[in-house]
Design a protein around this ligand. Structure first.
Ligand code: IVH
Length: 657
């Protein structure tokens, strides 16, 4: 082994280059063995000649420097924060303001969820890393920054430069770290951002080294020093110096393109190996940036679109029990009201007893809530570290909260088996008039409940007897001639609904909306369906044993109800037409996002009328995904699987054809 300074310098260069190729370019040229051999050789030389050790030696990456306290540093230029926007309207307003002064094009970047850092290089060598602090004064974290392998210790050119960027921890490293902490019985870290911030605030750099932090560079504070005219150019410049610049940055022409970028990454953020909490929009031209200027805290030439929080924390004040139309008794969380994805949430489902017990949920806990499938809020986890000892243990109800009948357990669910339970009857009445069933407009849940309590509605048959009480009803508080006439008219209209609406409205066990349609299409009228045997029913595609059994049982027990409904003049036939269309026939469609011109249900009905099926999840079998505004993860799955995607306009054009 040659032991001299030249060899040491040569090794430093070789290893730093290998680090850059491995960590930044993701394109290693050395084998692991070669790398280790060079590293061992360098360590040996440094051990024999500690007086030769260079500040930019890659051996610093493994940590070892320990500081006694963080030195304060004053930033050469303030490290500013960004203004926030939360929706399309606000993004367009940001653009409108800019367009009053300049004609911009924009750079769109992912907003990395970490902590910002300033890096100072002299003659191409890293001399200082600092946190943002309050923007004016930060803390010297050089010893930890040196352990981050995506931060070059030496640049490709020996220049003086400051760059800024974000230190972060990948999702995988975060999960691994928490696994280790869990196995040691240590407290878990809340998210990768906190984990990264905690790591750089360690005095002993060995800890930061063990956390495998990473860094993206996104800002050059002094572009004039290098004759650079635009932000996009500055990113390329920093990349060429050896910095890790995020590969998903795009230069776009106008705000519509910005919105498309946001749309794309809202969908695809899950597949990134690190967390992002939004999108940063920056005007590209530095002259334009100078014209636009700053407020006291933020540049006016940039803003951050923040993704809506998917989860929020709130206090679980109580657990109450509700009875559904099948009699299932469900525990529900009563919450301190919080805003989540645009609405105020004060209740969330806890599903069933097992769910509450498996999540160790107690009354009084601080809990994380999320909108399941973007609709029903549910409690996802408990912040045990926020307990103060006053929390109460959950006990599942043993009797119906309404009629006090003893509950019966089937699988994981508890049921009130009393068919006369007021709440069960009311829920069945509400179901009968609901949008996907008979759709009798004007019957909100409150009205159904009030009419039940007043004795006008005891069973679904009573809807068709209400006209008899017209004069009485008009006198009720909150009602008048007009509203009662409307209500009665809507009841009358519901009589001509197609058969599947009635079937769904009857609330036959296991017969949901989809099954109702299959049954209606197959039997065309209710008499044929009532005559169908169990064997015949199970021979139909998608009709299983449980459904067949339940249908046969229902019609055996409820013939009188059906006859009575017939006597009121209700249509008992399937009225849908099958109007086959090549682009739809036998194809499977998935809808995601909000359609602006028609409702999801209308879209589904049209697709089915044209011979297609609508499914709720994307798979290899999906033919087309129709994408509305703010689509869900189905969109990214479709992109990944290479499935045809239609936007709303394309879809509407095809159905208009
Ligand atoms: S630019 C003057 N670009 O977001 C420009 N910031 O809420 C300053 N961040 O303090 C920042 N990704 O810590 C910029 N691509 C990105 C970013 C980004 C994450 C962070 C940064 C900043 C905060 C503002």
């Amino acid at each position: 082994m040659v032991i001299n300074m030249d060899r040491m310098n040569e090794l430093i260069e070789l290893i730093n280059q290998a680090n850059y190729e491995y960590y930044v370019l993701d394109n290693p040229t050395l084998t692991d063995q070669e790398y280790d051999r060079y590293m061992q050789e360098l360590i040996k030389i440094e051990q024999m000649h500690p007086e030769w050790i260079r500040n930019d030696s890659p051996t610093k990456r493994v940590g070892g420097d320990v500081i006694s306290k963080f030195k304060k540093i004053v930033h050469k230029k303030p490290m500013l924060s960004l203004s926030n926007v939360f929706n399309e309207e606000e993004i367009r307003l940001f653009d409108e303001k800019i367009k009053k002064e300049v004609i911009p094009n924009y750079v769109c970047e992912l907003k990395i969820d970490g902590l910002s850092v300033s890096l100072l290089y002299e003659k191409g060598k890293l001399i200082r890393g600092a946190t943002r602090g309050d923007g004016i004064t930060g803390e010297d974290i050089t010893h930890n920054v040196k352990t981050i392998k995506t931060i070059p210790l030496v640049l490709k050119k020996p220049i003086d430069i400051e760059v800024r960027g974000e230190i972060y921890m990948s999702k995988k490293n975060f999960d691994d770290l928490n696994q280790i902490r869990k196995s040691k019985g240590e407290e878990l870290l809340a998210n990768p951002r906190n984990a990264a911030a905690g790591s750089v605030r360690q005095l002993d750099s060995k800890i930061a080294a063990s956390r495998n932090l990473e860094c993206f560079i996104y800002h050059l504070p002094n572009p004039d020093d290098f004759g650079i005219k635009t932000h996009y150019e500055s990113l390329q410049f920093m990349k060429d110096l050896g910095f890790n610049v995020n590969p998903n940055i795009e230069l776009v022409e106008n705000i519509d393109e910005v919105i498309k970028y946001i749309f794309k990454w809202t969908e695809q953020r899950e597949i990134l190996p690190y967390e992002i909490d939004g999108i940063v929009i920056k005007t590209n031209d530095f002259k334009q940036q100078a014209i636009l200027g700053f407020t006291s805290k933020c540049p006016k030439w940039a803003t951050a679109y923040k993704f809506p929080a998917l989860e929020v924390l709130t206090k679980l004040k109580d657990i109450i029990f509700t009875v559904g139309r099948t009699g299932q008794v469900t525990p529900n969380a009563v919450l301190e009201p919080v805003r989540l994805m645009g609405s105020i949430i004060s209740r969330a489902t806890l599903h069933n007893e097992d769910y509450v017990l498996s999540k160790h949920i107690k009354i009084g806990d601080v809990v994380a809530i999320r909108k399941a499938g973007d609709v029903i809020p549910e409690v996802v986890s408990v912040k045990k570290e926020r307990r103060n000892g006053t929390e109460r243990t959950f006990v599942m109800a043993d009797v119906c909260p309404i009629c006090h009948t003893k509950l019966e357990k089937k699988d994981t669910a508890y049921y009130c088996v009393n068919d006369k339970c007021d709440k069960k009857i009311i829920e069945n009445l509400i179901h009968f008039v609901s949008r996907d069933a008979m759709y009798i407009e004007g019957f909100g849940e409150r009205i159904v409940e009030d009419f039940y309590n007043m004795g006008y509605l005891k069973s679904i048959l009573d809807f068709y007897e209400l006209a008899k009480y017209k004069e009485e009803l008009k006198e009720l508080e909150g009602f008048g001639d007009k509203s009662i006439n409307n209500l009665l008219e809507n009841i009358e209209k519901s009589k001509s609904n197609s058969l599947e609406r009635l079937l769904f409205g009857l609330g036959i066990r296991y017969v949901g909306k989809q099954t109702s349609k299959i049954l209606a299409k197959n039997y065309i009228n209710i008499d044929s369906l009532m005559n169908a045997s169990y064997e015949e029913l199970i021979s139909i595609k998608d009709i299983g044993e449980a459904i067949a059994k339940s249908v046969v049982e229902y019609f055996n027990n409820n013939q009188k109800i059906i006859e009575k409904l017939k006597s009121y003049g209700l249509n008992m036939s399937y009225l849908g037409k099958i109007n086959i269309n090549e682009e739809f026939n036998n194809k499977t469609f998935v809808l995601t996002g909000t359609l602006s011109e028609i409702t999801r249900n209308e879209a589904k009905e049209i697709i089915e009328q044209l011979g297609g099926h609508v499914s709720s999840s994307v798979s290899q079998k999906t033919s087309v995904v129709i994408v509305g505004e703010s689509p869900g993860s189905k969109y990214s799955t479709a992109l990944n699987l290479g499935i045809s995607i239609w936007n709303e306009e394309e879809f509407l054009n095809k159905i208009k054809k």
